[in-house]
Design a protein around this ligand. Structure first.
Ligand code: CP3
Length: 345
């Protein structure tokens, strides 16, 4: 059995084409997912190993992607720290946002056992997945997770109370970052023990703070989580969305591969990012609203890059959004697999 193409690329081996998977590939565009969603709430799906495993694997069958990503959410960490959480039509809502509490550290009670059901999901995926399909595990990076915990409700993504809190309470912020990091490391290692073969850290709102502040307060946590994952010999992908030229300051201590957002051209990213770090990305998911001609034109611009760079994973520059045409998502995956890449391998 050949090694899965995603793992080959992550290990620096040459391949005939780039591997392809998509952020949020399960939960937003698949007709098969939307059908299952009619019967269950998101929490129900996540907590039922059979259903969560089925949903995790849907994109492998329906889109033909080269990997599955665990069907769960980054906000399971605050939930396991004792915060009441609901997923509503308006997005996730926390019961008592930390920015509204007198002492935000009080009553937080990290309990790793509250994550146990997720390892049952991982076990079920490993048992039922098709051969050659690596499983990607993930968690949220401390900044993005903390923003939701402080603000309580975050769909629009500006988190005003949370950012104010961070400026007003640097010491408490540091303690909260440490608590999130500690539980995230336990969570990551346990996912790996149950069979995930790649790990991605999502920092969707990394661009919300000045980069210098992000670097000082939050990037050290990325280093710790990366080190814990790599101790298990598992490759580590980091997605700090919106940091702009900050990608030049990401070092191999932070990750093996850096996931580039859609704002930054991939060729620019390649010039800025440390040579020992591979790249992932970076199609704007909203491109899938455009005409097929426009989509193809954009994709064709990636051919030269892919021929010149083996250390590249084809992906989006942020997750799929609801309402994108499924056929265009399928077209993207097929395009990667059917393009006549001219690589020397
Ligand atoms: O393909 C997948 O969907 C994989 C599983 C996955 C989910 N969330 C499921 C989900 C992953 C990898 C995430 C990550 C996540 N969650 C991030 C980082 C990546 C990104 O998209 O920016 C963030 C910021 C969250 C927090 C979160 N969870 C928000 C803002 C929302 C509401 C809006 C939405 O649709 O994402 C969620 C809920 C959520 N997470 C749903 C799903 C399938 C929707 C639940 C529902 O429809 O009721």
């Amino acid at each position: 059995m050949p090694e899965p193409i995603l793992l080959q690329t992550l290990k620096g081996k040459p391949t005939s084409r780039p591997p392809v998977w998509f952020m949020r590939q399960a939960g937003r565009v698949l007709p098969s997912y939307l059908k299952i969603k009619e019967k269950y709430s998101f929490w129900q799906m996540m907590q039922n190993p059979k259903v969560a495993a089925e949903v995790t694997l849907l994109p492998v069958y329906d889109l033909g992607v080269d990997a599955a990503i665990l069907f769960s959410d980054i906000l399971v960490i605050p939930y396991a720290m004792g915060m009441g959480l609901d997923f509503t039509d308006a997005g996730p809502v926390f019961e008592k946002p930390l920015a509204q509490r007198k002492n935000p550290l009080e009553n937080l009670n990290p309990n790793p056992e509250k994550l146990f059901y997720i390892y049952d999901v991982v076990d079920e995926i490993i048992k039922t997945r098709p051969a050659n399909t690596p499983l990607i595990g993930f968690c949220g990076a401390p900044l993005t997770v903390l923003l939701f915990m402080l603000q309580g409700l975050g769909r629009k993504g500006d988190f005003p109370d949370a950012v104010k809190f961070i400026y007003q309470n640097p010491e408490t912020t540091q303690k909260l970052v440490d608590a999130i990091t500690t539980l995230s490391i336990i969570y990551a290692k346990e996912q790996i023990r149950h069979g995930v073969e790649v790990f991605q850290l999502f920092d969707t709102h990394a661009g919300l703070l000045p980069f210098d502040m992000y670097k000082k307060l939050f990037l050290p946590a990325t280093k710790k989580i990366a080190a814990a994952v790599r101790e298990e010999n598992i490759p580590f992908i980091f997605f700090p969305k919106g940091v702009g030229t900050g990608i030049a300051e990401i070092t191999p201590e932070h990750c093996d591969f850096l996931s580039i957002d859609w704002q930054t051209p991939l060729t620019t990213a390649r010039k800025l990012v440390h040579n020992d770090i591979g790249l992932q990305g970076n199609i704007d998911p909203r491109l899938l609203f455009a005409s097929r001609e426009e989509i193809e034109r954009t994709l064709n611009n990636y051919i030269e890059f892919g021929n010149q760079h083996q250390n590249w994973i084809f992906n989006l520059g942020h997750g799929f959004i609801p309402g994108l045409p499924f056929e265009n998502a399928l077209f993207l995956a097929d395009w990667v697999k059917n393009t006549d890449w001219k690589r020397n391998s």
